[in-house]
Design a protein around this ligand. Structure first.
Ligand SMILES: NC(=O)c1ccc[n+]([C@@H]2O[C@H](COP(=O)([O-])OP(=O)(O)OC[C@H]3O[C@@H](n4cnc5c(N)ncnc54)[C@H](OP(=O)(O)O)[C@@H]3O)[C@@H](O)[C@H]2O)c1
Length: 162
């Protein structure tokens, strides 16, 4: 689940390039109390209140510790795939950034993708690999003047629809 501009820009100087409170609210509501999977840089960019209300899995080769519970660090994909004590009855959202999205898409670990397409172009330094979704069918869930939310389905998913 991510948001990008028409060229795939997702970040600038470690943050989001834009402020769209309505989109942020949608992101928070959708992931609330579920499991979110992210890269270390994204972890550093989100607020403590965001982390507190979710079960967080953070990819990092340099960081292993976090004072609060509810955050698990993994140093490789293998370690992630072998986590044994994950919460039951939760949805799992890969929330970026670009490095982790790329990793998960390459390994075909994503069954479906909620992508917010921001309509305006932004300057940025981090880009989502939009071309990887090119063959995925999608439905538009919501459209407002500033953005459109699309639900993409992975045609090559190894898992069944949940
Ligand atoms: N628009 C959106 O939807 C959205 C979503 C998320 C983030 N963002 C933005 O995107 C930017 C961050 O994205 P990013 O691509 O630069 O970074 P990122 O994916 O959030 O994090 C990259 C870090 O993850 C760790 N990592 C990556 N691959 C790994 C692997 N295979 N095994 C273990 N650890 C691994 C490394 O941390 P270590 O260096 O600690 O090893 C790496 O430096 C920020 O500007 C953020 O605000 C935007």
């Amino acid at each position: 689940m991510m948001a990008c501009d028409p060229r795939g820009i997702i970040g600038k100087s470690g943050k989001l390039p834009w402020v769209y409170p309505e989109e942020l609210r949608y992101f928070r509501q959708t992931t609330y109390a579920h499991v979110v999977i992210m890269g270390h840089k994204t972890f550093k960019s989100v607020s403590d209140s965001f982390l507190k209300d979710r079960f967080n899995i953070v990819f990092s080769t340099t960081c292993r510790r976090y004072v609060d519970s509810g955050v698990v660090f993994v140093s490789s994909l293998d370690e992630f795939l072998n986590i044994s004590d994950l919460p039951d009855n939760k949805k799992y959202f890969m929330i970026g950034g670009a490095m982790i999205a790329d990793l998960f898409l390459k390994q075909n670990l994503i069954q479906d993708f909620l992508l917010t397409e921001i309509k305006k172009n932004y300057e940025g330094d981090t880009v989502f690999p939009l071309h990887k979704l090119r063959e995925w069918p999608y439905t538009t869930l919501q459209e407002v003047p500033d953005f459109k939310i699309k639900h993409y389905l992975n045609p090559h998913s190894l898992r069944k629809e949940i």
